[in-house]
Design a protein around this ligand. Structure first.
Ligand code: SER
Length: 580
């Protein structure tokens, strides 16, 4: 049986309700780009709000941590991982949490007790030593030599402030060496795989600690690591979780895994994360900001490493790998199958875009370093701007040659360029606009009209979730809980055409972001915008934060036709439309 199923069954048998995995992009928390732990979507409940499923819950949560994206390529780092968790929301506390952790790992997973060790919170001047956890482990049969007391590593908090508390962590001795009697948490042969956090405190932004209204338990077990432990492999990519993916990469590259591990691991890991991001109901697409930028970096880095593996980059290798991943995970994450066509399209389109410039960009890179010199900011920016090389890619390429990149110089150039594009109203916040041809500009204006029309016909809850424009058509994703009726489609189309006929003027102004929002301007993701924003208004009917460009008057648009209305993802519909 799969580890996820074993875990859920076990905690359900202990009175827990299983909750679904939340999307990888947090729904109501603009402070982080991705969910980085199972507890993140549960913060309101850890702070005291009542959870609709009660006080004992468990799940497996998709998580993404990109702070050490560049580390991926070794045996253990991943950008995407799944965390198993059980939570007590003011219900049980240390005794049951530790007893159940112990029962699960020794009885269900049958890990031998002689390979186990734990850490507990050692105490400081404000929070005392966690004696209760220490004694509990002792009573369960963990010898005192295998219980280490630490302070910094045994206090858990997500980020700088929020619910937090002392924790106890479980380790497994993953080595063929003789097991030392005394456990040393710094010895890397001991691998941490599960963490029980006793969340009884709240740390505010000034660092002040206070008591939470309830004492909670938050646990997190890494699926990847634990699977590798159970299967006795010390390279995560050799566990059953990766077998099909690595086998496929071996077969399409016609190279062995040995000797090519780094690029193969990067390719496997990055495609998996890209699959999960682009299948998310939030509809993230590759872009130059925030989550979209991470997605772009992942795909482009994957392509670069595929090239190193001599995989022909014009082939559909990304889709092939993605399909294996979707197949493997769809039982647990239905959105992968539901959004498979979106995922494959995202990968394909980004690959096409990058392939256009990759070869030339690599040549340009070679030219820049031909005398063995480091890369200055202007050259790094040129590689970014003209050849689509994310700065991190340039740094990685440089590192491989033992060279450095002037990142500060790059950033300076980047900011100058941003300021310039803002005044030219053709900045980077153009939401899916692929180029600036005349036709695309028309479609861009039509997108605003469609957004405004849907709000009137379908309801004020309609919000843009994404858009994509080519010279042939526009595509518009929006929040809506039902399939549009023929009547709704007809009315929407008619309203847009009426506004086109009325010849409404399109005007632009620069405003402070907050003023713009208060004036009722529509925007997709508020946190994505700079402090000073451009706002486009179309007559009295539409007002949106946008980088443009747009036509001067709606009369330039021709006739608007809805070609297709379909589901995009859960709660999101998609319209494809043309201007004739
Ligand atoms: N929040 C803790 C962690 O991520 C336990 O779930 O490790």
């Amino acid at each position: 049986m799969n580890l996820k199923d074993l875990f859920i069954d076990f905690f359900v048998s202990k009175g827990h309700k299983q909750i679904p995995s939340a999307p990888v992009v947090p729904e109501n928390d603009p402070s982080v780009l991705f969910n980085t732990a199972g507890m993140q979507p549960l913060i309101p409940f850890l702070l005291g709000e009542r959870h609709p499923y009660g006080t004992r819950i468990c799940n497996y949560q998709k998580c993404i941590r990109t702070n050490d994206l560049e580390e991926v390529g070794d045996r253990t780092h991943h950008t995407f991982f799944e965390q198993l968790g059980n939570w007590s929301l003011g219900d049980y506390f240390k005794k049951e949490a530790i007893e159940w952790s112990f029962e699960f790992i020794t009885k269900v997973l049958q890990m031998p007790i002689e390979r186990l060790a734990v850490t507990v919170y050692g105490g400081n001047e404000t929070i005392p030593f966690d004696e209760e956890s220490y004694n509990k482990w002792l009573s369960l049969g963990i010898p005192k030599e295998r219980i280490a007391k630490t302070v910094e590593d045994n206090f858990w908090i997500a980020g700088e402030s929020g619910p937090c508390g002392p924790d106890t962590e479980m380790f497994y001795f993953r080595s063929d060496d003789e097991i030392p009697d005394v456990f040393d948490p710094e010895d890397e042969r001991w691998v941490e795989f599960w963490n029980d956090v006793f969340m009884e405190f709240y740390k505010d932004s000034e660092g002040k600690i206070s008591d939470l209204s309830k004492k909670n338990v938050d646990t997190g077990m890494g699926v990847e690591r634990t699977t590798a432990i159970l299967e006795g492999v010390n390279d995560n990519y050799l566990s059953s979780m990766w077998k099909e993916v690595i086998d496929l990469i071996v077969s399409i590259s016609k190279l062995p895994y040995e000797g090519n591990e780094k690029s193969m691991r990067i390719l496997a890991d990055h495609v998996r994360t890209a699959v999960f991001i682009s299948a998310d109901p939030t509809g993230i697409k590759p872009s130059n900001t925030d989550q979209g930028y991470i997605l772009r970096r992942l795909i482009r880095r994957a392509i670069r490493h595929a090239k190193k593996l001599t995989i022909p980059v014009e082939s559909e290798f990304l889709s092939e790998i993605a399909k294996v991943i979707i197949q493997k995970y769809k039982k647990y994450y239905v959105e992968l199958e539901q959004n498979e066509s979106i995922v494959l399209e995202v990968l394909h389109e980004e690959k096409e875009r990058f392939n256009k410039t990759l070869e030339k960009g690599l040549k340009e890179f070679e030219r820049v370093i031909k005398n063995g010199q480091d890369i200055d900011g202007i050259s790094a920016f040129h590689l970014y701007d003209t050849y689509g090389f994310p700065i991190e890619l340039t740094i990685e390429l440089a590192e491989e040659k033992g060279l450095k990149v002037d990142v500060d110089g790059f950033n300076k150039k980047f900011l100058e360029h941003q300021a310039l594009s803002r005044t030219a109203s053709s900045g980077k916040f153009k939401g899916g606009l692929a180029g600036n041809s005349e036709l695309e500009t028309k479609y861009h204006t039509a997108t605003h009209l469609l957004n405004a029309a849907l709000k009137i016909v379908v309801g004020p809850d309609v919000h843009q979730k994404g858009s994509n424009i080519t010279e042939e058509r526009m595509r518009f994703d929006f929040s809506c809980d039902h399939k549009l009726s023929d009547e709704e489609k007809k009315q929407t189309e008619a309203l847009v055409n009426q506004w086109i006929k009325e010849g409404l003027e399109v005007s632009v102004s620069e405003m402070n972001k907050n003023d713009a929002i208060h004036s009722g301007a529509e925007c997709m993701f508020i946190e994505k915008y700079p402090d000073v924003v451009t706002v486009y208004s179309i007559g009295e009917v539409s007002k949106e934060l946008c980088g443009g460009p747009h036509v001067k008057n709606t009369s330039e648009l021709g006739t608007f036709r809805i070609k297709k209305e379909e589901a995009s993802s859960a709660g999101v519909r998609r319209i494809k439309a043309v201007l004739e």
